[in-house]
Design a protein around this ligand. Structure first.
Ligand code: AKG
Ligand code: FE2
Length: 313
């Protein structure tokens, strides 16, 4: 028996100037993006709205942020579950992250920045805000493509009205000798969708539907990983797959990354058009923040699929 073909994430070109809704290149990208989200739950978008100078400024400012004292970083708190500082966890020793809610808005970024630097820090907030706005634009394009592919564009505007964006910025320090190289354990995202961007240090691994793990390599400063979260899996009545993924550190350098998660304010519900005899409803309507609350309670984060336990039919 020959060995199976190695998995590789599809790469979809979002750099085209003429990626106008309705154009031929738009229709092709709609098909490719939806297929990739159905098959792998993610793909690499080549996207040029974050110029190299901005990419560099963002990662430079992340170094400055993570160099702050832990006592400052732990002030990153939120009334929403799992929105604040995460770190100093003995079983995940390499990982540290902070959450910036409403990162695509001036107000959101200022309120985060003021906690870290009481006198403000425009060298941090300006690049992060531009980055976050561009990541939102990319996500909204992908969501529009998916809605159009399923003939459900009529729901797109109301979807946008209730989408909010949390930008989680992450550092994985390099492992010391004899220390685990596990950067972050296997999980699925609880978001509707996630946009990931990294410095040039690899580590992200995806579990394919056949159970095989594979690494995501050769990402450039213009590469963004677009990943389906549990909420779009439920919305799509499981046509779209939210993949398990993890981070494994193999390199000598620290890894910095940004994950911009979309969360819906209020109820997520499968459109009736996606439910029929062949596709019976798989998930009951659920409140997105309540799902997060459930996931963050007790040992629920160790469930194989928190969303199935929470609202699976
Ligand atoms: O650092 C990464 O590339 C992935 C992070 C991740 O999976 C997450 O924050 O949910
Ligand atoms: Fe994730």
């Amino acid at each position: 028996m020959g060995s199976p073909t190695p998995h590789k994430l599809p790469i979809i070109d979002f750099t085209k100037e003429k990626l106008e809704p309705g154009s031929e290149s738009w229709l092709k990208a709609c098909k490719d993006a939806t297929l990739a989200l159905e098959e792998y739950g993610c793909f690499v978008a080549e996207y040029d709205k974050v110029p190299l100078a901005l990419h560099d400024a963002v990662f430079k400012s992340l170094e400055e942020l993570f160099d702050l004292p832990t006592a400052t970083k732990i002030q990153n708190k939120s009334s929403k579950p799992l929105y604040g500082y995460v770190g100093q966890i003995p079983i995940v020793p390499l990982y540290e992250s902070l959450g910036i809610d409403y990162a695509n808005t001036h107000v959101g970024l200022q309120s985060f920045t003021k906690v870290m630097w009481p006198n403000g820090n425009d060298c941090f907030s300006e690049p992060l805000l531009s980055f976050s706005k561009s990541a939102v634009e990319l996500e909204q394009m992908v969501v529009r493509m998916v809605f159009e592919s399923y003939g459900l564009e009529k729901y797109y505007e109301s979807h946008l009205d209730s989408a909010t964006y949390l930008c989680r910025v992450m550092k994985y320090r390099r492992p010391q000798v004899n220390e685990t190289n596990m950067g972050f354990p296997s999980h699925t995202d609880k978001s509707f969708m996630t946009i990931l961007h990294q410095n040039q240090v690899d580590g992200l691994e995806i579990k394919a539907k056949d159970g095989e793990w594979f690494g995501v390599h050769e990402l450039s400063p213009s590469s963004f990983v677009v990943m389906a979260g549990d909420a779009i899996m439920a919305w799509s009545n499981e046509r779209i797959h939210s993949p398990h993924h993890r981070v494994t550190m193999n390199r000598e350098k620290a890894r910095y990354s940004l994950a911009q998660f979309s969360f819906m304010e209020g109820i997520v519900q499968t459109p009736e058009e996606l439910v029929d005899a062949e596709h019976p409803q798989r998930f009951k309507p659920f409140d997105h923040l309540d799902l997060l609350q459930f996931y963050s309670t007790g040992n629920n984060r160790y469930l194989e699929s928190a969303i199935r336990t929470y609202c699976g039919v």
